[in-house]
Write a protein that binds this ligand. Structure first.
Ligand code: UDP
Length: 383
């Protein structure tokens, strides 16, 4: 074991893996710090898939995944299994990203062991503790026990300042998802599904859809399924691509509505490299995802968000993202408008980058170095 400060990164789901990957890679090559990685396995296959793409081999795997377990069981498992790892590795700082249950549990566990917590993507707020659920609460819990808040934008910094968090403990870094996206697009990975490869190759119009939010489970997602069917029937030349989330609740609500439609392609979750290529080729993106809301604007894609609120207002203000909720009629109406009206489409199809400039990992690691006394932070991201 070296005498250098040791930074432990803990993550558990696909979106966390994508967003911590650039930071882990930067920590691994940093000569002043040692990097230890821990996965909780809150998601299983989707997490392993991302680790593989970025070439990350976790040092510890808490393996907490189980089908249909409650949030409380999940949290209890993370608390119980991370504690001996914290004791053995004795990190000087613990890095978490975002707002999952993994993040809430790992940050509190580190705090109880008096290990400083570094929170990536700090300060996002929807303003409604019940939506997104349980993420809004997870973010707020984590902010309370965090020593270094790495806010993606100045608006997320302002949210923290409003909650009386010490301004000196906040650094605006940009979102690491933009680092991950730029890095991945550069690699131009081949698209392995032949149906998608052909769509990307020919430039044939794509409606890309992702849905998974817990608060949309049930009736709302059924409505999404019905809206997709109506759109597919109305636009035979447009292919709807739906990489279906692994969660069976999501699949059972949406997929039955899409049976027998030749212009709907339902796939397993796509590897990140392939997903970014399909997103780059899409005409319109319809999603309830947080990460996709951040990525698609930088590709100039109009994004319709199936939620009533967002903790990511920057691209809404820039005009490339619109909140439309989950009402079936509204989904059909807004997608139709983008397909049929050129001016409406052109007004939303602007490439904007309010979430980052590709240097968020570099700023994050510099700020961690300052926290641990081995270096200095660099200028904030101006977004
Ligand atoms: N994503 C992916 N494959 C897919 C669908 C999404 O790699 O089939 C990526 C996407 O580019 C984004 C992240 O997964 O970076 C978003 O994950 P998700 O929507 O599950 O979570 P959220 O961002 O809502 O927390």
């Amino acid at each position: 074991m070296s005498n250098q400060p040791r930074v432990m990164t803990v993550y558990g789901t696909r979106p966390e893996a994508i967003k911590v990957a650039p930071v882990i890679k930067a920590l691994e090559v940093n000569p002043n710090l040692d990097s230890v990685t821990v996965v909780t396995g809150q998601h299983r296959e989707m997490l392993d898939q991302v680790n593989e793409i970025f070439g990350i081999a976790p040092d510890h795997d808490l393996d907490v995944f189980a089908h249909g377990q409650t949030l409380n069981t999940l949290l209890a498992k993370v608390f119980e299994r991370i504690d001996p790892v914290l004791e053995r590795e004795a990190p000087d700082a613990l890095v978490v990203q975002g707002d999952t249950s993994t993040v809430a549990a790992a940050s509190v566990a580190a705090f109880y062991r008096q290990i400083p917590v570094v929170h990536l993507e700090a300060g996002l707020r929807s303003g409604d503790i019940h939506s997104p659920f349980p993420e809004e609460a997870n973010r707020k819990i984590t902010s309370q026990v965090t020593s270094l808040h790495l806010a993606p934008t100045s608006r997320s910094k302002d949210n923290l300042v409003r909650e009386a968090i010490d301004e000196q403990a906040i650094v605006v870094t940009g979102n690491t998802v933009i680092d991950a996206l730029f890095h991945t697009l550069e690699q131009k990975v081949p698209v392995s599904d032949p149906r998608l490869a052909e769509l990307v190759e020919t430039g044939s119009p794509i409606l890309l859809v992702t849905t998974h939010r817990r608060e949309n489970w049930g009736g709302a997602m059924e409505g999404v399924g019905r809206a997709l069917r109506r759109l597919a029937e109305r636009y035979p030349d447009v292919t709807t691509v739906l990489p279906a989330h692994r969660n069976p609740v999501v699949r059972e609500a949406v997929l039955p509505h899409l049976e027998g439609l030749a212009n709907v392609v339902v796939t397993e979750p796509l590897a990140y490299g392939e997903f970014t290529r399909v997103m780059g080729a899409a005409k319109v993106v319809l999603t309830d995802s947080g990460g996709v809301q951040e990525e698609a604007p930088s590709l100039g894609k109009p994004v319709l968000v199936m939620r009533d609120n967002t903790e990511r207002p920057e691209a809404v203000d820039a005009g490339t993202v619109r909140l439309i909720g989950t009402d079936e009629e509204r989904i059909v109406h807004d997608v139709t408008e983008l397909f049929d009206e050129e001016t409406a489409y052109a007004a939303m199809a602007n490439a904007v980058n309010p979430y980052g400039d590709g240097r968020a990992a570099e700023r994050s690691v510099a700020a961690i170095e300052q926290l641990l006394g081995t270096g200095q932070r660099i200028a904030d991201f101006a977004g």
